[in-house]
Design a protein around this ligand. Structure first.
Ligand code: NAD
Length: 480
């Protein structure tokens, strides 16, 4: 147990909040990770004012300064991946391997955007008026508000903070209140870099309080949000009223299609990894498994056999494949979705029990339902749980239509050995990311990431595409 208080970081200073909150591990509720400051509206306003000041100086900093800052953050994350990965797993509940992997990936985001600092090129053109030249260049958008969810405490922050700083912006980061420790640790690294005071600010606290101030502020120039659809709609409405640039990454109801000609072993790995990795708490999780008739029974049997090998337990223990559910509220919501799937006519093929571990945390066995149809609520709403539902279909066309029949559109997967179906699928799947013979979860850091329909709104994140959100274009006319 720790009685340390971890403070907010505003205008280059560590400051007490209006109150504190205990950060309790979902893997063991007797494990108090620390006490974290909670900002109020006044403190959040102070962070915005500091960011306005800091940004003026940061945008005038040399490219090599920005490059060095981002490289140093990336280097430190990677060199401390084991220690910080442990902290992340303790507070979020995902396995140690997943926690360490997330910290490593976060470091890679900083390294990637360090290189982007040096790739900021403009364009020149002849004007239609003789003797006039036109130049287009990108400038920082200004002050960026960043609001992140609890399921990727380091990575969602990293993939927004790194491009924001690379392109010369100041940042106010509000992490999810369930996972302040990882955010604080990343801030502590950033605070030791050569950044003007106010360029980077951390304000911890509840969404309805701290987040609410950020999304309604007229002094923030761009707001990037990752979280649920419900909150995303509020962010969109508030920022639209003030005409603030906004980017939203939200939930999904991703599907993996398995065709008769699929390599069965690979299809099973894709399904199990995509559906249950990260305890099913991924926006890219495959909660729908759409399977054609000829392979259906063999696939279900093999997935159940594979699920029997999965060890659920304390995330820091060796040999554990699935860690803890994020909190008590999420665990009880998972159980409600299990009951709903049964009521709607689904047959539980395996799992679903709440497990009492030797440590007092929130654990459940992953669950697989069969005999489900795409119109059931369990196949339409994002449960954010280790629950997957099999939907049996006749053929490829019905599978594709079923995959696209959803309000969401983040990732879509297909397992097949047919080039014809693979090629067709990558064109007709109405999702932002398509995975062929791969799990629906698991993306790279140097290419765009995002979805369609209710999954995403605004410019794409990650890779060079991030430039669109974090910069504004200026067109200059010059008569020589
Ligand atoms: P959430 O919407 O409850 O919270 C997300 C963030 O918004 C948190 O920091 C929260 O404090 C803040 N917030 C809450 N209410 C707010 C308000 N009224 N005003 C401003 N901010 C507010 O989401 P969550 O439960 O933390 O995360 C799970 C969701 O995130 C899932 O839907 C998941 O699919 C989604 N997600 C999406 C991606 C993606 O890239 N598409 C990645 C990870 C998670």
């Amino acid at each position: 147990m720790s009685d340390s208080v971890f403070r907010n970081y505003i205008a280059g200073e560590w400051v007490d909040g209006a109150s504190t909150v205990a950060n309790i591990s979902p893997a063991d509720i007797s494990d108090v990770i620390g006490y974290y400051a909670q900002a109020d509206a006044t403190q959040t306003e102070a962070a915005i004012a500091a960011a306005i000041q800091g940004q003026q100086e940061w945008q005038r900093s040399g490219l090599e300064q920005r490059y060095s800052v981002l490289m140093a953050i990336g280097d430190e994350l990677i060199s401390r991946k084991d220690e910080l990965g442990r902290l992340l797993s303790r507070e979020e509940g995902k396995t140690l391997a997943e926690g360490v992997g997330e910290i490593y990936r976060s470091g890679q985001f900083f390294h990637y955007y360090a290189a982007e600092v040096l790739r900021q090129m403009g364009e020149t053109a002849d004007s239609v008026r003789i003797g006039v030249e036109v130049e287009t260049r990108r400038e920082p958008v200004g002050v960026v508000g960043i609001i992140t969810p609890w399921n990727f405490p380091a990575a969602t922050g990293a993939w927004k903070i790194a491009p924001a700083l690379a392109f010369g912006n100041a940042v106010i980061w509000k992490p999810a209140n369930q996972v302040p420790a990882t955010a604080w640790a990343l801030t502590e690294i950033i605070a030791r870099q050569n950044l003007p005071a106010g360029t980077f600010n951390l304000v911890m606290g509840p969404g309805a309080q701290v987040g609410d101030v950020l999304i309604h502020s007229r002094d923030i120039n761009a707001l990037t949000f990752t979280g649920s659809l419900e909150t995303g709609r509020k962010v969109a409405a508030a920022t639209a009223t003030n005409l603030v640039k906004c980017q939203l990454e939200m939930g999904s109801k991703n599907a993996l299609v398995v065709l008769d000609d699929a390599d069965l072993d690979n299809a099973v790995e894709c399904a199990v990894n995509g559906a249950f990795g990260g305890t099913g708490q991924k926006c890219t999780a495959s909660s729908r498994l759409i399977v054609t008739e000829g392979i259906h029974d063999r696939f279900v049997e093999a997935v159940v056999e594979r699920m029997k090998q999965l060890v659920v337990g304390h995330p820091l223990k060796d040999g554990v494949h699935i860690g803890a559910v994020a909190d008590a509220r999420q665990l009880s919501q998972n159980q409600e979705y299990l009951a709903l799937a049964r009521q709607e006519g689904g047959t539980l093929a395996y799992g679903g029990e709440v497990l009492s571990e030797e440590s007092d945390g929130y654990y459940m066995q992953p669950a697989l339902f069969v005999d489900t149809s795409n119109d059931m609520r369990i196949n339409r709403e994002e449960a954010f749980a280790p629950i997957a539902c099999v939907i049996k279909v006749k053929d490829y066309e019905e599978a594709l239509a079923t995959l696209n029949d959803t309000n969401f559109g983040l990732t879509g997967g297909l397992c097949t050995t047919s080039l014809k179906y693979a090629n067709d699928f990558k064109r007709r799947a109405k999702t932002g990311c398509v995975m062929i013979n791969l799990p629906t979860a698991g993306t790279d850091y140097h290419v765009p990431f995002g979805g369609r329909k209710d999954s995403s709104f605004g410019p794409r994140e990650q890779g060079s595409y991030a430039r669109e959100f974090y910069t504004v274009v200026k067109t200059t006319y010059i008569r020589a």
